[in-house]
Design a protein around this ligand. Sequence first.
Ligand SMILES: [Zn+2]
Length: 323
Amino acid sequence: MRWAKAVSGIHQFVESVGEAIRTTIDVHHHYYPQKYLEFLERSDISPHPSAPLSTETMEDRLARMDQESIKAAILSASQAQPYLAQKTRAADGAKMANDLFIDVAAQYRERFKVFAALPLPHIDLCLAEIERVLDHPDVVGITVTCTILTEPLDHPRFEPIWQELNRKKSVVFLHPAGREDLEWLHDYHLTWMVGAPFEDTVAALRLAMSGMTQKYRDIRFIVPHLGGTLPFLLARLLRQSKDATLAGELATLFYDTVSGSVDALTAATHVFGADHLLFGTDYPYCTGEEFHHHQTYLSEAGFSTNELAAILGKTSSALLDKR
Ligand SMILES: [Zn+2]
């Protein structure tokens, strides 16, 4: 494993469950370079009231990670994707984002890696960007939103991208787009409160029900937020879909632990298995206290030491290791 060095400041919680946990990796961790947001003209994203930690410097962020014994975080752009109609702007945006992220990984060696963005919906440009960045040692996978603008991930037009990512055995980190175009979610912050976990839910279901999980077995998909509402709705989903393979296909996906609810975590563990859960924080969309809780609540769900070690970092370590 290339991330060999443990960080300082090992937390008491970590000490209590042993050496294995010192590979804690945060797979759901966002970064918004100012230059990139200006390029996208997305002044709405950061700083934002829902992202209390977004004013921190990179040194603040590292100190916070040290405090929680988080050895490394995988940077992703969340909903700030370069999905632009004009091809040259989409290509420039993806290149700018990925290069800025890679710069951070290079500056803080062993602390950050990158889920690269793609200039969707332009297939030829995406294939070129995959070719340009996916083999970079600091890029450990690709990130896409749960829908590409208004189209689902299983739309036939995206097949060349999945074929290539399957050939490359890539990790693909999904993230809600924050569908502001859905009018019934406009009020009360519902787009993110509930629209986002429904995006996770539907994206995972479409991967499984379209046959994509079977067709692209070598892509390791990560679904955020414990799969949205999947654990809660599974019985209904199985009953209505009449698809005997559905539960098994959903369990081939990986799910990050951004939730904070022990009950939800317990349900997700029953449905997906502890070996398909990956620690995440959704930084900067949390207070310092919530950032801390994203890790400590894992210890309240009755996991064995080995299961906890796997969730905190051993599983993602193996998943993201490109050797
Ligand atoms: Zn997020």
